[in-house]
Design a protein around this ligand. Sequence first.
Ligand code: SF4
Length: 92
Amino acid sequence: MSQPGRQPAGSVRELELRVNPIACDAHGVCIALLPELITADPWGYPVIRPGPVPLRLLALARRAVADCPTLALLLTEHQQQQPDRTRARRQG
Ligand code: SF4
């Protein structure tokens, strides 16, 4: 049995990329490093694909975070979307 707040043995923690829009200066380093997950909006600011970072791209995601000149890019624990209880009640 696992302790509360701990990962069960053998599980992989899912991480997702986030950007602090106030700190980001649209340098584009992250976009160049990780085009699979990050594209540019019309002003050059990053648009990050929502959801967990695939394991095969995790090393590149960590590098993008480390290379961001303004420390605006973050890797955080992926939060699962909670079901919309209001909608579930209406449908059920
Ligand atoms: S590398 Fe950092 S500052 Fe540059 S676009 Fe990405 S998040 Fe913004």
